[in-house]
Write a protein that binds this ligand. Sequence first.
Ligand code: ADP
Length: 603
Amino acid sequence: MLNSSLPRRPRWRNLALLALCLAPLLWPLQHLAERYYRSELVGQNRQTLDLYVANLLGTLHRFETLPQILGDLPALRAALAAPADPQVQGSANRLLNEIARQTGAEVMYLMDDSGKTLAASNWDKPDSFVGRNFAFRPYYSDAIAGRLGRFFGLGTTSAKRGYFFAAGVREGERIKGVLVVKVDLDHTETLWGKTPEQLLLTDHNGVVILTSRPEWRFRATRSLTAEDHQAIAAVQPYPTQDPQPLNLNANAWLTQTRTIEETGWQVSILAPRALIDRPVRTVVAVGGATLLVVMLLVGLMMQSRRNYLDRIAFEARARHDLENRVVERTSDLEGLNKRLKSEVLEREQAQQELVQAQDELVQAGKLSALGTMSASISHELNQPLAAIRSYADNAGILLDHGRLDDARGNLKLISELTERMASIIAHLRAFARRDRHALESVALQPALDDALALLGKRRRAMAVELIRDLPDAPLWVQAGETRLRQVLGNLLANALDALTEKANPRCLWLSAEQTAEGVELCIRDNGPGFTSQALARAREPFFTTKTRTQGLGLGLAICDTLMRALGGEMLLANHPRGGALLTLRLRAGTPGVNLQPPEDPTA
Ligand code: ADP
């Protein structure tokens, strides 16, 4: 194939290069996807965070004003006024217990101005606060100072995390005691479900106080100073006085934070980055696959385009080749045409030369024929002349013997012979001119008899036995009577010539028959037959095996020409049993009808 000879560019390498160039497109895709999923996650987490913060604040706000309101209750004021009266204390205890139960606060208790607990909602529990002093707690000092006390801390006896609100119980300008409400915070932590996002609530020290991950609890998110440590030791808000640092991998988490001003807390929601990475990876994979599909499609398009271009190029080359071949063939043909033209010219020239040569040959032939003609005439006329001489000699003898009638008969025969001689001369002339006479229907047997009669004397002198095998009914042939007699005479004379060379018995066979094609006449002798050379050349004019005086070599040549002129043919052969066999084939004539007037022997 032509294509295979072309250098093929490695198209898949090109595609790979293209893919490499397009691969950076995946980066913005990743970036976009990341932004999208991040904003989705951030939006969701913001809501979660807002809800949590709102819930926490709601819980705290519910109890924020409670200490102040409770401080106005007479039963509690009475307890402050009479700390030693067990009845008053008992009713205060029951009241606090009842209110705590109703509000859901973990503990409520009343302290005197020294920080000693006079009454508490858990007065009847084993871990009762009654009689205990909490003056070390900052909320106490805040409340004594006339401010609202706020404090996060672990219950000293319960070890539960709680938020403490404290307010002073006033009597006029004096603060006579402090009322404290502790809110349970443990349950706000348990509200956080088992989600991948984590909760992290740190206090003003940066120590984790509420979290969904227990192992993070009471760990410091920032490094603590010596003062921080002192403060922690003083108020003991955590189970440990030396919180361990919390080492979070900032890259692994997506953090959102809210600050709660009134408590100084920071609430954070930590979402694992994997939550974004997973869908982003999916998007990038889908993008990559799309890119791959696009590349494949582009590759296929390039392939089909290349095939198309190859095909066009191939067809163009094929067309070009074809045109070249046509041009070559055309120039070949033109060359051939030129050669043919020159050959035609040469042929024409050769033809002209040939015609010229033929003309010259004909001219030469005419000259030689002129010589031949005279010889031929004498040859043809010698026989009747000899017969006339013989008849004339005989007539003289007959006159000597007074046999006038016989002599007259001879003279009549002589007259007939001269007529025949004239006819022969005319025919020789016709032969020389190639004249053609119209054919007539001639009966074969009478013509044969005539010819035999001319040679009758010689035949008898040679004692030649004549064996005839001719049908009685005349065989009609198409011929000219004179020409037929001339042929027969020649052939019979040749047979007698041949028989002279042979001793007796000498035989001459004559047979004729009607055939499908016409009439066939056979003349056979038992002489020496044709020599092989004579058999091949006997028809040629002037071919003779006889001495120059005896033969001219014209007899068979004339016979052959005449036979052909009659539309027949003459066959020369030797009989298997020796001797020559001449066969004349003549066309059949119409029986008993002379289609044309008899040939004019003088014509
Ligand atoms: P010519 O008789 O003058 O030789 P022809 O043309 O008649 O010329 O004959 C040519 C030759 O054919 C003769 O010389 C002879 O050799 C041969 N030929 C013809 N007739 C016979 C025959 N009947 N038998 C043998 N040879 C013959």
